[in-house]
Design a protein around this ligand. Sequence first.
Ligand SMILES: [Zn+2]
Length: 140
Amino acid sequence: MNRSESALKPALYTVPSQDGGGVPFLRGGRCACGHVFFPMQRHGCERCGGHGDTIEEALLPGHGTLVASARVKLHAGPERKAPFVVVSVKLDQGPVLRTLLEEDTDELLPIGQSMSACLVEVGRTGSGEPVVDLRFARSR
Ligand SMILES: [Zn+2]
């Protein structure tokens, strides 16, 4: 049976087809001035102030480099179980985003490490279909 995954936050990233084995794209935006940002918004360009027709959606490949990481050992919120690793990744297209590392590790990750987006199962829908969310992993 062919199961379909659904994204926890479909406004933020794509779910590549399973047989494609692809890396998810991030749903960002591009301004006519050349500024690329994530996530997509239409409030206005942070660089030139342009809005409306100057801004269009841009699918940003989920590849980048590590700029910072921190392992969280104690977390106040009940929704996420520590330990886990928070990473800041600078996408090849420019924007920097803060996200979670796919795995928990106490290894010190080197700045500049090549990173790729991936989707991990975070739950199930009422009908048993997997629900996935975005993470980043070290590129292999
Ligand atoms: Zn602009």
